[in-house]
Ligand binder design. Structure first.
Ligand code: HAM
Length: 420
């Protein structure tokens, strides 16, 4: 019979058994990022994967590439157009408005799969995971610093090398409009030199031409008016203050050509990139979106947010050592198990910070120790026939060759485990 395969651009993730280590890094990244989020006093929000298609048209923008070409939309059984979310911000704002929470400030995080029908390549999938943060209800200023501090904490926690955080300011709606007009005026006479994609961008969303991958276009843009000339001094001051404050922690670069692919941004925007990622070099992006809430029918809710692409981020991490301590529990001879399970049960309740791997097979001591070493156990607790009869266990250190194994009573084992 024909085998059924996963869909193109959609990964199966295994904590155990993925030779590239990508899955392991993804799971560990998620765990540690959640800790950092709670460290910043962010609260979790979880919204559905499916939404009314109009939500994304009205937020991400029906002229954006995402809504135009990449969204997974279909009619449900009631002939309503619904879509798999291509990103998380629109859903968060929809939910906040619906629950009438748009009158007050919130600091939120989420994590989950997103879908975009893109051409798959290294670092680009059709289903991918994002960890996102949305700080709602605070005007420009403090949240910008908090957001860059958070990005720096994440980069630091994982020791990401060759990382640059690019920041820019798109100005007020008026600044943005004046700059777009100037850009159109500059590019109009040069249209014959632009490729089809850039021509389309010029007519639909001129700022996106700055993002062009075409070398010819980039050459033309060298003489284009700079966004900097259209910004108010306070916007430039904000960029310089952020760069000044955080440059000793992360590599921060002001880039007046940085634009984002989603329509809702205004004001401060940023992306984090690594030269180790290849063509898809951005592993995190975000910015301010002060008008989105009112545009979706809610109150004025000045907000800023960001999302990390977990797969891209995880691929940058080398040598991730799981932060948890692991102990392997090894019994020899299947008749011993009922009593030893109870000992293991008690150990788990005595110290919840330790992961206890109860080895369930009836394989040899050698095979069980091999497994304990493979899963990075710090100790093996071994109960053989003799220990069982004497109410003792062996504690065998696995990481420190200088430490000797010792035979202890069950009570001593409990004390030892509690102190780990
Ligand atoms: P975004 O830049 O579209 O922003 O996506 C954020 C990150 O998701 C990217 O930097 C990238 O790492 C990852 N990503 C995007 N598409 C793919 C893909 N096809 N495969 C793998 N990874 C991908 C947003 O989504 C905004 N909602 C961020 C935000 C939150 N802005 C304000 N609040």
């Amino acid at each position: 019979m024909d085998k059924i395969h996963s869909l193109t651009g959609m990964l199966d993730l295994y904590e155990d058994g993925d030779s590239s280590d990508l899955s392991k890094n993804i799971f560990e990244t998620e765990k540690r990022i959640k800790k950092i989020f709670s460290n910043y006093y962010l609260k979790e929000i979880r919204t559905p994967a499916l939404e009314d298609t109009d939500l994304f048209k009205r937020s991400v923008g029906d002229i954006s590439d995402i809504v135009n070409k990449e969204i997974y939309s279909f009619q449900d059984r009631n002939d309503k157009s619904i879509s798999l979310r291509p990103e998380g911000t629109a859903s968060v704002i929809r939910s906040v408005i619906e629950k009438k929470l748009d009158q007050s400030a919130h600091k939120l995080w989420y994590m989950g799969p997103m879908w975009r029908y893109e051409r798959p390549q290294k670092g680009r999938y059709r289903q991918f995971y994002q960890a996102g943060v949305e700080i709602l209800g605070y005007p420009e200023g403090a949240p910008e610093f908090e957001m860059i501090s958070l990005v720096c904490s994440i980069v630091e926690e994982f020791n990401i090398a060759d990382c640059t955080i690019k920041i820019n300011h798109l100005g007020s709606q008026e600044n943005k409009k004046a700059y777009c007009d100037a850009l159109i005026k500059f590019l109009e006479p040069l249209k014959k030199n632009l490729d089809e994609k850039d021509l389309e961008r010029l007519s639909r969303n001129p700022l996106r031409v700055l993002d062009s991958k075409n070398e010819g276009t980039q050459l033309i843009l060298k003489d284009a008016p700079s966004l900097k000339e259209f910004l108010e001094p306070k916007s430039i001051e904000l960029l310089e203050a952020i760069k000044g404050e955080f440059s000793d922690v992360c590599n921060i670069e002001i880039d007046y050509t940085l634009v984002r692919g989603l329509d809702y941004y205004s004001g401060f925007v940023f992306e984090a990139l690594s030269s180790n990622l290849g063509a898809q070099d951005s592993f995190l992006g975000g910015g301010r979106y002060d008008d989105l809430c009112s545009k979706l029918g809610g109150k004025d809710l000045p907000s800023i947010g960001m999302a990390i692409g977990i797969e891209r981020f995880a691929s940058l991490i080398s040598d991730i050592t799981p932060s948890d301590k692991i102990v392997s529990f090894i019994t020899l001879g299947s008749t011993l198990e009922p009593k030893t399970y109870k000992i293991a049960h008690r150990l788990r309740s005595l110290n919840k910070n330790i992961i206890l791997d109860m080895q369930l097979s009836d394989s040899s001591l050698k095979a069980k120790l091999r497994r304990a070493n493979k899963n990075n156990s710090e100790y093996a607790v071994i109960v053989g026939e003799e220990e069982f009869n004497n109410d003792t266990v062996i504690i065998k250190p696995l990481k420190d060759e200088l430490k000797e194994q010792q035979t202890v009573s069950i009570d001593e084992l409990f004390e030892f485990y509690k102190a780990l």
